[in-house]
Design a protein around this ligand. Structure first.
Ligand code: ATP
Ligand code: MG
Ligand code: MG
Length: 408
């Protein structure tokens, strides 16, 4: 992908935006971009520099993301709404073309990594509550104030907040071999140069390690997974919603098929039209996953049925039968349901309930299971019109009641 129209290759200490930003280390990548930790010489802070692929369709997507992120930043001057802040955007010319770049507030590891590091066991409920409050604060802001649908809410797209500004020892733009090249004495030749290179490499490694240590996260920031789960006590559990590449204004839906499979709402599968409530469904799936360590729905296709039909069957087994009116009125309803509202190919469903699942499979106490289910079940209503809004969820006793008392 590092070719014309694709990613821009970055080396440590590369400059962006006329020297304002200095690349420190790679943080991640996606289908559209690579993301680098960069030092902002103007504000003396770190930013996450998202460098988009250069081909027109990627530039278009970046412009859309910048438009959405700009509206988000403009409406939240105090940066208190648990959504990633866009600090700056600019173009960068490289050998593969013109790349749109976004300087984003620097955040920590994703909640997906947090779940992984915790060995897919689920997090303590008081932490789940704290993160749920953050995510709902973001959704309430996006939905009610801006009328934006995120459309791809999931643990991977929620990042922990960094509370420490790791700005003590950034790699500067003078970080070049030239400075340490020996004068004269040319007969030492190659071996001296390779020694210097080795030393420089070590220096870069140390600098990166210093930065990584200060990054709030669970891994060592070098892409290695710790052998034992880390003690998470020191971590601030606030988090922010990121990745607005697929977000849209509620009055101009982007696509018929939105959301990542496991977090996809029933109205999206059935193509009955979607709105803010589709994000709420994804939120409930995400909260369940934080609490249990496992995805709520992980459908697979099988003999004679599709992934979609398996997904619908799983939803009904956990949440009860879908009301006939909801099941039969989507543009794609006829592919899955007969006119009585029964699935065409998966006939015998094993009905259960969320609180039984939490007790039997995930070993929750009866009280914890009941309370979590009472919070999640209304958000998992098959009728999107009946789902509570983010604002209403924030008022639910599960989030309001003293979070200490429900802990064992
Ligand atoms: P996708 O294929 O998921 O749409 P993308 O190209 O749009 O990918 P993002 O998902 O925005 O890119 O970012 C890619 C990765 O970079 C993230 O998964 C995360 O690891 C890292 N990242 C993104 N934004 C930040 C940030 N603000 N702070 C720290 N790391 C970030
Ligand atoms: Mg992403
Ligand atoms: Mg994206």
């Amino acid at each position: 992908s590092y070719r014309k129209g694709g990613y821009h290759a970055v080396r440590i200490a590369d400059n962006f935006s006329a020297g304002r930003y200095i690349a420190q280390k790679k943080l991640g990548w996606g289908q559209f971009s690579t993301v680098w930790l960069a030092y902002d010489t103007q504000s003396s802070k770190y930013v996450a520099l998202k460098i988009q692929k250069s081909a027109p369709q990627f530039a278009q997507a970046a412009m859309h993301e910048i438009e959405i992120l700009s509206a988000i930043a403009a409406g939240d001057p105090l940066n208190s709404k648990s959504v990633v802040r866009l600090e700056d955007s600019f173009k960068h010319a490289g050998p593969n073309g013109q790349h749109l770049c976004m300087a984003l507030e620097f955040l920590g590891d994703s909640l997906l990594r947090l779940i992984k590091y915790n060995r897919y066991k689920g997090l303590e409920l008081h932490r789940v509550k704290e993160m749920s409050r953050c995510i709902l604060t973001a959704l309430d802001y996006l939905h009610r104030e801006l009328r934006i649908i995120h459309t791809d809410l999931k643990p991977e797209n929620i990042l922990l907040c960094s509370t420490i500004n790791p700005s003590k020892d950034p790699i500067r733009s003078d970080f070049t071999p030239i400075l340490e090249r020996p004068e004269g004495n040319t007969n030492e030749g190659v071996s001296v140069m390779s020694k210097i290179e080795r030393r420089l490499k070590q220096r870069a490694k140390r600098a990166v390690a210093r930065i990584s240590e200060r990054r709030i996260g669970i891994g060592d920031g070098m892409g290695r997974t710790p052998k034992a789960p880390r003690n998470l006590d020191g971590i601030d559990f606030t988090c922010k919603v990121v990745d607005f590449g697929n977000a849209c204004w509620a009055d101009t839906p982007i696509a018929d098929e939105i959301q990542t499979r496991q977090y996809r709402a029933p109205e999206v599968i059935l193509q009955s039209g979607y709105s803010f409530a589709a994000d709420m469904w994804s939120f409930a799936c995400t909260a369940f996953e934080l609490a249990t360590g496992e995805m709520m729905f992980a459908p697979k296709n099988g003999q004679g049925f599709s992934e979609d039909e398996d997904h619908l069957a799983m939803m009904m087994e956990l949440l009860g039968k879908m009301p006939r009116k909801i099941a039969t009125t989507g543009a794609r309803s006829k592919e899955y349901f007969d006119r009585y509202g029964d699935l065409k190919r998966i006939r015998r469903l094993k009905y259960g309930s969320l609180d039984r699942l939490l007790v039997d499979k995930y070993k929750f106490s009866d009280a914890d299971a009941r309370e979590l289910a009472s919070f999640l079940c209304p958000i998992l209503d098959f009728d999107p019109e009946k789902r509570p809004t983010a604002e209403q969820c924030l008022q639910h006793p599960w989030l309001i009641a003293d979070s200490q008392t429900s802990e064992v």
